[in-house]
Design a protein around this ligand. Sequence first.
Ligand code: FEO
Ligand code: CA
Ligand code: CA
Length: 630
Amino acid sequence: MSSSRSENLSFDDFDEIVSPRPEENDFDRIVEAAIERRGFLGGSLAFGSFALLGGTLVPAGARAASDRFAFSQIPANSEDTVTVPEGYNAEVLVRWGDPLWSDGAEFDPATRGTAKSQAAAFGDNIDGMEVYAVGDKMVLVVNNEYTNRGIIWGNRKEGETVNDDDINKGKMAHGVTVVEIRPESGGWSIVKDSPFNRRITPDTEMELTGPASGHDLLKTAADPTGTKSLGTWNNCGNGSTPWGTYLTCEENFNGYFSAVDENHQVSPELKRYGVSAKDRGYGWASVDERFDVSRHPNEPNRAGYIVEIDPRDPNAVPKKRTALGRFKHENAETVVNNDGRIVVYMGDDERGEFLYRYVSDGVFAPGASTEDLLNNGTLSVAKFADDGTGQWLDLTPETTGMGSKAEICVHTRQAGSAVGATTMDRPEWVTSNPNSAEVYCALTNNKNRGIKPNAGGDPTPVGGPNPREANNYGQIVRWRPKDGDHTSRDFTWDLFVLAGNPAVHQDANRGSDNVNADNMFNSPDGLKFDSNGILWIQTDGNYSNEEGFAGHGNNQMLAGDPVTGEIRRFLVGPRECEVTGLTWSPDLRTMFVGIQHPGDRGGSHWPEGGDAVPRSAVIAITRKDGGPMG
Ligand code: FEO
Ligand code: CA
Ligand code: CA
């Protein structure tokens, strides 16, 4: 395999090239029908939706009265640095390649490490994260989602063949990093050799739990029981349980499988998930045959789950929770319902895929066993109506026509299609408001909206919470469960914001009323409420700062007020990065933020500057006056 710098396709674009979207004969007819239904709004369809939503979005008077933010907005910029408001400090806590043990090699920019050094070092491309207080210690758990081959294989010249160690180095940079951290005079640092430190990689043994555990679909030559799998990869957002465990979410797991025979045809079930004879260039099948889908066709059925990790016990076997479904999991927002049942909201981040909810059968009682809470429950999928109402549709053998609950937990996308779930504009993070029973989800963008069906052939008509054709900017939808009961079938919804560019567009692409030339952004992705009920919004979008994105600058983090709708920019990331992952120290005086893939097109040297290799890193942000951060 030769090293390649041409990896700038998004995960979705890559999947659509290797698996073109199915033809959908009914598609045009369905779009026409949607347009007719919405004709009463007047004007063009997109503008009609915008006008309706804009009108219900934010009472203008309320916005002027708001000032719940402790900071002054910063302007957008395209600098190769992290920018925060006056009165705040941002420092690097830990970077890709930093060793977790004192006998580990320090990062070498010439070699960019080896498989051995990487397996004992902080992983690459940070995403979801959480800090846990364990006694008087603090343990940071961080997802390491993927690698940029052009950076991690920068020890090879362009086009030069990479060897097995290079491929294994990339593999070891994936997974999850668990590391103790501590505040020291003048800043935060990791605690090398802490007994909590752990790397969880694509080779770590895991338990397959829940309805699909032991099912034929999960059995492989290496694991004829279908109950034990190896590893986790492409870990995107995260969640945290009330009992203090970490949930890591397997997203674009498909892009790591390939077949020696490039003409090998995968099953339609695997195709729905984007598995094909071609991987995204990581080459794992050449060093580990379980990634050869022609030889081990059930192996991809053992990925695409939520995985529960105990940060307190470095020897605990992580548990894949099949009851929460298999799809391209973004994050997992966990809510304890009023009756004690556990509710988990989850997005499937691909163009035209669905939004899910899990409700446990049992109730959470502190001190009682929590083992079954994420094994036994009901999985549902969201259906939104244009009139601002919606319903959760249960996925059962009866409603889907599928053979068993186990099958639904493995072929969850097919189950969602069977019940007619709403195709969404790429559901990314979900977060719930601590001050009221309402839940927010970032719908990051979807250039196929109104243009192409999803991977299963389901139409993607313009309407409801997905109101713009060929949506390049994204929006944030929020819903309120009926009677404040998160287990209720019914909810009402509206849009918190439609991102856009009011300096360039006069139509719906200008965005909603709470977007202006000073706070504009595109592609909301990471979302998290702080303890005060401020909504933090992180972006993973177009950072060109040109044409329709002129004035947006680099990817950024903003704060939103759920009551007034006001949005204010707090942070701008370095060049070509995505800002993703957010958590706080137990005393709330430090906010930790992830900077992912700086320089993914070769244009950043962050954080060291000069001609340094760009490195994904966690940053720690504090107030200069020592005040609280969230
Ligand atoms: Fe890993 Fe959907 O972001
Ligand atoms: Ca994301
Ligand atoms: Ca994204």
